[in-house]
Design a protein around this ligand. Sequence first.
Ligand code: HEM
Length: 404
Amino acid sequence: MVAVRDTISLHDVSKLNTPEKRWNPYDWYESMLNKQRVYYDEQQDVWSIFRYEDVQYALKEYTLFSNRRKRSVIPVIKKDSRVSMNTVDPPLHRDVRHLVSRAFSPHSLSDWRPRIQRIVDQLISAMHTKAEIDLVQDFAIPLPITIISDLLGAPREDTQTIKKWSDALFLPNVSYQKEQQQKEKLAVMAQFEQYLLPLIKAKRQQPTQDIISDLTTVAYEGDTLTDEEIAQFSISLLAAGNETTTNLITNLFYCLLYDAPSSYETLRCKPSLCSQAIEETLRFRFPITLDREVTEDTTIFGTPMKKGDIILLWISAANHDPLVFPSPHVFDLTRSNSNKHLTFGKGPHFCLGAPLARLEATLALETFLRHVTHIQPLPAYNVQEHIAPDGQNLASLPIMVTWN
Ligand code: HEM
């Protein structure tokens, strides 16, 4: 059954109501970190927490802060199924997660590495004649969608269509268009499923080296997964791993160009710092907020809350908590604890695709460093004109490149 979950509009809580404020929300984070420990927004009827220690606690304490929630900031339509991973708690969650965890194990990743490198190389060679590229459209968008479609086992020629569906499902919730948006998302979900079902049937008969083929053979509750369940699983993987990784790669290059302008040269001299650059980007410039439902009447973080209340966990504010990250608003390649960020979550729902996202970003950056000696901002670039409508991500990032 398709459940249309009531959505929470994040920007109505934060009042980050201009593109500039959404792109650089640091003053707001700072003011909320300094204010009272818990903030209640009357209009959206939600609690919010910001401090690192509190956000981390809420992520781990799944018995008090449940993923089974009736309202959410996540704009994807939820379909009730035995295998929906992000909307159940342990112990059931452990069994569901186990079904796909093999696909993201270090062993699988090392098998996939050459496939991912090949896709990175193809995209780089397609740009090779240009002195100016759009890092988002030419690279950061096609890379993750091609990789995840490939790993799932969808034909390469369908990548564009899959991307279009995945974007439509992830469009941010806008309160004034709520009903229209939900209708459109339900239609896309149905189309996406109709596309996947024959693919799944074919892989049941003739398995290949991909996640859908793997899913046709796993056993769950004494049974195999149905085609509909596999379709649902595949859609959630496509949705979870697509725009997030695009934003990571885009923001990484934005940080190297604008937040700490000599960093690209530093990385060229010392490529071993690549993973540090990626972790610092995840800490410094990655807007992400999760939500949980309170499971019992309680007093927590010094505040009485009721069973059924919704609490927002402002992960990106926690990543700027000066008690954990000194001088938090500086992008610092030498920071010793960047990887303590909470951008992939924490506890039972820790991002299953984190190793894949890290691998994609690492191969992307290392390959760039080998082929491009110099990157430069475009003189007329005004970031505010490039922020996606109602989003906190860049729709384009034109840059000048000098090829090796
Ligand atoms: C930079 C890229 C990414 C970021 C920042 C990110 C972030 C997150 C976060 C914060 C969660 C925890 C949600 C919660 O606690 O409710 C999560 C869960 C998840 N992510 Fe990612 N993700 C990224 C990439 C990916 C990729 C590439 C995939 C796979 C293709 C993926 C698949 C998942 C799945 C399946 C879950 C649910 C895990 C569970 O509920 O047990 N993610 N992600």
